[in-house]
Design a protein around this ligand. Structure first.
Ligand SMILES: *Cc1c(COP(=O)(O)O)cnc(C)c1O
Length: 369
């Protein structure tokens, strides 16, 4: 038996009719750039996440960059983000000319350790990007309190968390803007690149929409230099068709996670979830000592796993010039050799889940003999 880490072919077979109809509509209407299908998706996504505006953009990295730029982040500013995240957060900050300032993760939730934020804030600090990592909301009470105290903007990174909830609020409204990626393997994935920015601010929405579309509201009436960073019509129509299934897929992920918790909690460190949050398990990450050995064992049994991320951002070559040492981000440094992401996705069936559980249990039983 083979268990894929994500199975987009299986997902496609389940929703083939919706997808084919969506694609053919766009082509028949020749609505490839902006147009009806982009609008439709923007409307349904903002409605579902509970914000006033949604701006479809080309990918999650650009959603972050466009947000920071619209908030006026520039040279010599500093923006705080997580050490344990995908490089897009660092890239978006650097693209504005500002400096990324990394903060260690909480060893239990893997999200930003909010106790370590205040000591890196100085007069250049302008914004913070809380990353809702693996699908779990960051501790937004603490982050909002710090943002208020020091007058910082908040740009949420919900690329792994479409549908996650923090204390009765969808994470999509927790920030000046909140950013999404529709990379194919995300909980809501396009068939190519895609992204979105959510905001309740009319002014930010207008700025971001114009910047992503050559600095204009109407064709050839360019008010400033923007860039081309639009969500295209085909991806928008595909996303709109898939959006109907997002709750079902997220619920399936949660059910699988609950089963993994129950079956594995006595042998590995299973994910800790904050009180009153809805974690939507983009990734199900356990902590273990002999990670590579278990990963190899599972691979031989046909089970794919992942590591998110093997090198915390500050230690990657891209940021080697900052010369960070292990004491700078001790939790991220320790966790990097222990974390293992197990297969989890909306189309995974009970047999596959059971096969993963059985093989992990067999691995440890074998070791104990
Ligand atoms: C996927 C992802 C992004 C970037 O998304 P792209 O669409 O690939 O540019 C940013 N942040 C996090 C946490 C992500 O997982």
């Amino acid at each position: 038996m083979n268990v894929a880490f994500v199975d987009l072919k299986k997902q496609y077979k389940e929703i083939k009719k919706d997808i084919e109809e969506a694609i053919s509509n766009v082509i028949l209407d020749a609505a490839f750039i902006n147009g009806k299908y982009v609008k439709d998706f923007e409307n349904s996504f903002s409605k579902k996440m509970g914000t006033k505006h949604c701006i479809g953009v080309s990918n999650g990295t650009m959603a972050l960059y466009l947000s920071l730029r619209a908030l006026g982040i520039k040279n010599n500013d500093e923006v705080i983000t997580a050490a344990n995240t995908f490089i897009a957060d660092g890239e978006a900050i650097s693209l504005t000319g500002a400096t990324p300032v990394f903060v260690d993760n909480d060893p239990d939730t893997f999200c930003l350790d909010t106790n370590k934020i205040e000591k890196v804030i100085n007069e250049n600090t302008k914004a913070i990007i809380p990353v809702h990592l693996y699908g779990q909301p960051a501790n937004m009470d603490n982050i909002c309190e710090l943002a208020k105290k020091y007058n910082l903007k908040i740009v949420g990174d919900a690329c792994q968390a479409p549908g996650a909830v923090y204390k009765d609020r969808n994470v999509g409204s927790l920030g000046d803007t909140v950013c999404y990626s529709f990379f194919p393997g995300k909980n809501l994935g396009a068939y190519g690149d895609g992204g979105a920015v959510l905001t309740n601010s009319d002014e930010l929405a207008d700025k971001i929409r114009m910047t992503a579309n050559h600095g204009r509201r109407e064709k050839y009436n360019n008010e400033f230099e923007g860039l081309n960073s639009r969500l295209d019509g085909l991806q928008a129509a595909i996303l709109n068709a898939k959006l109907k299934y997002l709750d079902k897929w997220n619920d399936r992920r949660i059910a699988i996670a609950n089963h993994y918790d129950k079956e594995l909690k006595d042998i590995v460190i299973t994910p800790k979830v904050l009180k009153r949050v809805k974690h939507i398990y983009h990734l199900y990450v356990v902590k273990i000592e002999n990670r590579l050995d278990l990963q190899k064992y599972l691979k031989n049994k046909g089970i794919s796993t992942g590591i998110h991320y093997p090198i915390p951002l500050p230690y990657s070559n891209a940021y080697s010039f900052y010369k960070y040492v292990k004491e700078d981000f001790p939790n991220a440094y320790k966790d990097k050799d222990k974390i293992l992401s197990l297969p989890i996705h909306g189309s995974m069936d009970d047999n596959e889940v059971e096969y993963v559980v059985t093989n992990i249990r067999n691995y440890y039983n074998r070791k104990n003999i």
